[in-house]
Design a protein around this ligand. Structure first.
Ligand code: ADP
Length: 495
């Protein structure tokens, strides 16, 4: 019998009021049923928000360094359970073990960073323009934070949102992706083991209906969402109407630019990792490769040979390099784009079909695929596919490469391979993205640096690093006048 999981609401593990459940299956072998998870509805979200409101009252009064101590313990518990969580994560998400271990490590780094932030949370003290008057700002918690997360980083993305939200003194209601609910279940167990007051964390499983209720609930002033651009736009409209604070992190169409002076061995390793790691299902995945015309043919030949050698398989098996897609709809989308590439007359260099091996029959596998000969406006060079499909474009000058890089609606990450230091700095200035890598692929964010993109990738906020602590706290300014007289700003000091 598969295990039936529950929500965590008001300090207890409870069944959903809907009595409905969805199945969580291993994408590498869909016969492997991990468990049934609550398909929650509005009443479950309402109960979670009511309890989180109570939780906020208590948790926001715990001193920030003490909140940090609890998050430090969460980090220690993640260290203890790293291997166990990584294995379970690969089972429900599909990416290979090295990557799920990295996913847990990102959670550990985020926990330790949050713990240290508990002793900072800096405000400012500045001189007043009036005598005998003190002026300062401090950062205060906001309330219940509603967090909606995607499938591709089942632990890291929830921790990016939960840990700073909690450190700042907010309580949390999290609605994880219905594709990877088990990892957040394990994470919540660790938060409780670390001593987090139960009402400070509420876990509501479910899909769109639960997410929508969280977004529209009047008791949730802060929403943080990572996922598809279409869903983010809908959430943005709703939060705008309700005057909610909102952080959006959405799509990308990230390019790697390889100049003719680049170290091509290094660029080859980079593109294989950037394009086909996580089966291309990262928002920072390298989905466009811009090759200088002088090295185009030579590099493409080497890349195709190397891509054909990548080993697809169950991510828990030694030797697997590329796991499956997350579900059937994701593979269908990849197949639709492969058909579009062919219709548009692009050259299919390698891949372009499902693997034939019977070993992979029960999973959502798809061959690493490369299309060349794309134009900047080709659909495969413009639209996010979120799968193992790389589109190659040829360019003749650095300026042209910058134009191609910038000519899409997204602006998450970019990368330049060159040995020319001047070009490296020009790339950091001119590539219109939130993150630019030099001599590294478009992926590889570190937990202590801000993460996010420009244009339609986001809405100006950042996850990670020091910036996310501004998102989860409200700046309050306090003036204390100890002159004993009425001092009128902008008036009395200019008499
Ligand atoms: P992805 O497929 O990359 O995970 P989605 O945008 O489909 O991206 O889903 C991201 C998260 O948003 C998931 O947790 C999903 O359940 C949730 N979600 C989907 N639709 C909505 C919606 N209309 N309102 C709120 N949350 C939603």
């Amino acid at each position: 019998m598969p295990k039936t999981f529950r929500n965590f609401i008001a300090g207890r593990w409870v069944a959903p009021t809907t009595r409905a459940y969805f199945e969580n299956r291993n994408p590498a072998n869909t016969r492997d049923l991990i468990g049934r998870f609550p398909d929650s509805g509005a009443a479950d979200v309402n109960a979670a928000v009511a309890s989180a409101t109570e939780g906020f009252r208590k948790w926001s009064r715990v001193p920030a360094p003490a909140r940090g101590d609890i998050l430090k313990r969460v980090g220690d518990l993640l260290v203890r359970d790293k291997e166990l969580i990584a294995r379970q994560m690969t089972r429900e998400m599909g990416k290979v073990l090295a990557e799920t271990r990295g996913d847990v490590q990102e959670g550990i780094d985020t926990a330790y960073y949050a713990a240290s932030e508990g002793r900072r949370l800096f405000g400012h003290t500045v001189p007043s323009e009036l005598t005998a008057k003190w002026a300062m700002s401090y950062r205060r918690p906001i309330g219940v934070a509603g967090l909606i997360t995607p499938f591709n980083f089942p632990l890291a993305i929830p921790t990016w949102k939960m840990f700073p939200a909690l450190l700042c003194g907010n309580s949390v209601v999290i609605k994880p992706s219905e594709d990877v609910p088990h990892t957040v279940h394990m994470l919540v167990e660790l938060l409780l083991e670390a001593g987090l007051p139960p009402e400070a964390i509420q876990l509501v499983h479910g899909a769109k209906a639960a997410g929508q209720r969280l977004v529209e609930h009047p008791g949730v002033p802060v929403i943080s969402f990572t996922g598809s651009t279409a869903t983010g736009a809908a959430i943005g409209a709703e939060c705008g109407r309700l005057h909610k604070r909102l952080s959006l992190e959405m799509g990308g169409k990230n390019a790697m630019i390889v100049m003719d002076d680049a170290d091509l061995d290094l660029a080859l390793d980079g593109i294989l990792w950037g394009a086909f790691g996580t089966t291309g299902q990262r928002c920072t995945a390298t989905s466009r490769l811009l090759l200088h015309r002088k090295i185009h043919d030579r590099f493409l030949r080497r890349l195709a040979e190397a891509a054909e050698k990548l080993v697809m398989g169950d991510g828990r098996k030694a030797g697997s390099q590329v796991g499956p897609l997350i579900h059937e709809a994701a593979r269908d989308k990849v197949e639709r784009y492969v058909a579009i590439g062919k219709q548009e007359g692009l050259e299919l260099v390698t891949g372009g079909r499902r693997p034939r091996s019977p070993r992979l029959r029960n999973g959502w596998f798809y061959q690493p695929t490369i299309f060349a000969g794309a134009k900047p406006k080709s659909r495969l060079a413009q639209e996010e596919i979120f799968g193992p499909v790389l589109t190659v474009l040829r360019f003749g000058s650095f300026e042209e490469a910058v134009r191609i890089n910038n000519g899409v609606r997204y602006g998450l990450s970019s990368s330049l391979y060159t040995r020319n230091v001047n070009l490296a700095f020009r790339a950091m200035r001119d590539l219109d993205n939130g993150i630019t890598y030099v001599n590294a692929p478009t992926i590889g964010a570190e937990a202590h640096l801000p993460f996010g993109g420009v244009k339609e990738t986001g809405n100006g906020h950042r996850e990670g690093g020091w910036e996310v602590y501004h998102f989860y706290s409200e700046t309050k300014v306090c003036y204390a006048d100890y002159s004993g007289t009425l001092q009128r700003a902008q008036i009395d000091n200019y008499d």
